[in-house]
Design a protein around this ligand. Structure first.
Ligand SMILES: N[C@@H](CCC(=O)N[C@@H](CS)C(=O)NCC(=O)O)C(=O)O
Length: 183
């Protein structure tokens, strides 16, 4: 039987891109359906009726709706007040753990890109754009030299490079949603 794989996503979302990158790396063919989160499609609501969120992967009619969240990093940039302060503290701890795990390896699993790299895709691409827009310097080369090197390897990997959203367009979309500096 022919396999049918569909992905409901949003072009600027690191969560949708995680799924797309994994499918591309595995060579799985899929149909991509761009969602408008201000006007969700009946199919998205059918496949993710409880959370009504993207990404949703549908394999032969069966939906899978969870890509693992990244709320602490996201909230470091875009939440406010005490919630933001707590998020920044927690995010730094997680970044330190990742920095130590990486050691001198190219990717988290060694020479080849793998699941942990894909899960960390926000750090690989979205974090830089968020830092630029918000003015918050969560990850610098000085504080996190190994992660900084990993970011370089990540965005320059062929499968990743070809599947990231345009940086300018992403910054524009983030800016439209959150405004400029939220220092
Ligand atoms: N835990 C979910 C979170 C998904 C999520 O937060 N998706 C956002 C976009 S990146 C969404 O669909 N938001 C729409 C809404 O909340 O109405 C995952 O990792 O897949």
């Amino acid at each position: 039987m022919a396999e049918e794989v569909k992905l409901f996503g949003v072009w600027a979302s690191p969560l949708s891109k995680r799924v797309e990158i994994a499918l591309k790396l595995k060579g799985v063919k899929y149909e991509y359906i761009e969602e408008d989160l201000t006007n969700k499609s009946p199919l998205l609501l059918k496949y993710n009726p409880v959370h009504k969120k993207i990404p949703v992967l549908v394999h032969n009619g069966k939906p899978i709706a969870e890509s693992i969240c990244l709320l602490v990093l996201w909230n470091s940039f875009w939440s406010k007040g005490k919630e933001r302060e707590a998020a920044i503290g927690e995010a730094c701890e997680h970044l330190k753990t990742l920095e130590n795990e990486l050691g001198d390896k190219k990717f988290f699993g060694g020479e080849e890109i793998g699941l942990v790299d894909i899960v960390a895709n926000f750090i690989g691409f979205w974090l830089g754009a968020s830092q630029e827009l918000s003015g918050l310097e969560l990850l610098t080369e000085e504080k996190f030299p190994k992660l900084s090197k990993w970011i370089h390897e990540y965005v320059n990997h062929t499968a990743i490079k070809e599947n990231l959203p345009p940086r300018d367009k992403l910054i524009e979309a983030l800016s439209a949603r959150f405004g400029a500096a939220s220092k």
